[in-house]
Design a protein around this ligand. Structure first.
Ligand code: ARG
Length: 458
């Protein structure tokens, strides 16, 4: 039976019912709806709507229901209840009879759904924080193992200056550290309980909403009932956090797809995260990474969709808001899956050091070094830049690396160039020189790894 049949003389059209019902997706809020109902039953005792004995009965039945739901959440889907709130109430009435009909006193599905979804979001944030940390740990461990793997760093996808694979790993660790702090920040702002806001104007029972908030693990109750039932900022914030982090993951995926390509050959991905071609026997495709890159799109879509749904909605609750769930469920599931998959990819990755080194030596990635060398000999940088440009042009003509030009050839570009130029042009010197904080100098990288290990409890 629907929760609201009294005013109606005609049954809902079956097609409307299918269109309107949300149980097929909001069944995922079952645990939160039950926990919220237990807390609400306790609040009803404080305002003499329920006796302590009645509350105990309700709580016992709700606890039983919680166990059933945890054991087999999908069983909920067999019901034709309109939504998870109706389902829980029906089940409760099934267990305790008419007493169950008292539970909804002073409560609305509007404050109920707002509370359920916030509680669910808090649980998901916990899972996501763990996964974001695990990926940072995997990156730092991979960095530690690859401190001496020199490879080209790129700008404009042109070889720019040498870096190490470790330094590359730490760049993504930083992005994920920001993702982590964004989640923690969102968690703080969503720590307010809407329960007791009623349909929109507040509950008509003098309930201590802060105490009720505490029972649900929120630090305080929300301050305005109209806002409480209309607010989905936490959904928008988590979708934004997911979108930003998925951008990071898609760039991580793209870098590795490129590093794994035949053209680069810097890494080899494990068989465990790649797949073959049905036609071309030689293929080993980076599907895990391509899916991470691809799934970024649907997460951005969920954020845009939710922003559009909420834009211009009048206060307070409108059914449009039921559209909040599928997007956030899918986006957070997707984000979590991608974080786990990225850990798996790193777990079996092989860095091809000789090939990385060979590539770092090509492409004039040490040209800046020659300019700095000239600067050290008293030539102003802008002039040095020009001189090195001409040297690179000549080297390209001869099909040689800069360090393969003879000293007399180099001297033609400027007489200050001497024998010591060759050590300055070495990969090792390129790395060593970048010794300011955050640079690729091996000692800087080692200390960044150590700091990250402390922060991440490795
Ligand atoms: N299924 C609804 C939702 O997800 C629950 C709230 C319904 N409230 C109402 N007044 N119809 O938003």
């Amino acid at each position: 039976m629907a929760l609201w049949g009294g005013r109606f003389s005609q049954a809902a059209d079956q097609r409307f019912k299918l269109f309107n019902d949300s149980l097929r997706f909001d069944y995922r809020l079952a645990e939160q709806d039950i926990i919220g109902s237990v807390a609400w039953s306790k609040a009803l005792v404080t305002v003499n709507v329920l006796t302590a004995e009645e509350q105990k009965k309700l709580e016992k039945a709700l606890d039983e229901l919680l166990v059933e739901v945890q054991a087999e959440p999908e069983a909920i889907l067999a019901s034709d209840a309109e939504d998870i709130h109706s389902w829980v109430e029906q089940k409760l009435i099934g267990k305790v009879g008419d007493l169950g009909k008292k539970l909804h006193t002073g409560r609305s599905r509007n404050d109920q759904v707002a509370t359920d979804l916030k509680l669910w979001c808090k649980v998901q944030v916990g899972l996501l924080l763990n996964a974001v940390k695990e990926l940072q740990q995997a990156l730092v461990i991979t960095a530690e193992q690859n401190q001496d793997a020199v490879m080209p760093g790129y700008t404009h996808l042109q070889r720019a200056q040498p870096v190490t694979f470790a330094h590359w790993c730490l760049a993504y660790t930083e992005m994920l550290a920001r993702d982590e702090s964004r989640l923690q920040d969102a968690l703080k702002r969503m720590d307010t309980s809407p329960l007791g806001s009623g349909a929109l104007a507040g509950t008509a029972y003098p309930i201590d909403r802060d105490q009720l908030a505490g029972w649900l693990g929120f630090s305080v109750a929300t301050r305005n009932s109209l806002d409480s039932v209309s607010d989905r900022d936490h959904v928008l914030e988590l979708l934004s956090d997911a979108s930003i982090s998925m951008v990071h993951l898609s760039r991580f995926a793209e870098d590795l797809i490129f590093f794994n390509s035949g053209e680069s050959g810097f890494v080899e991905l494990s068989d465990r995260v790649t797949s073959g071609s049905s036609l071309m026997p030689q293929k080993k495709n980076p599907d895990a990474l391509e899916l991470i890159r691809g799934k970024c799109g649907r997460v951005q879509g969920a954020l845009s969709g939710m922003l559009m749904t909420l834009k211009g909605l009048p206060l307070a609750y409108n059914k449009d808001m039921q559209e909040d769930k599928e997007g956030i469920f899918d986006a957070l599931d997707t984000w979590l899956d991608c974080l786990h998959m990225a850990v798996l990819v790193l777990d079996g990755i092989q860095v091809k050091r000789p090939r990385c080194q060979e590539a770092a030596q090509q492409g004039y990635a040490n040209a800046t070094e020659l300019a700095d060398y000239l600067v050290a000999k008293g030539i102003p940088f802008r002039e040095a830049h020009h001189i090195v440009g001409s040297a690179v042009l000549e080297a390209i003509k001869q099909g040689k690396a800069l360090e393969a030009l003879s000293l007399s050839q180099l001297k033609q570009f400027n007489a200050v160039i001497d024998e010591d130029v060759y050590s300055a042009l070495s990969l090792q010197s390129c790395l060593e020189k970048r010794c300011a904080k955050g640079g690729v100098n091996p000692r800087q990288v080692a200390s960044a790894i150590n700091a990250a290990k402390v922060r991440l409890d490795i």
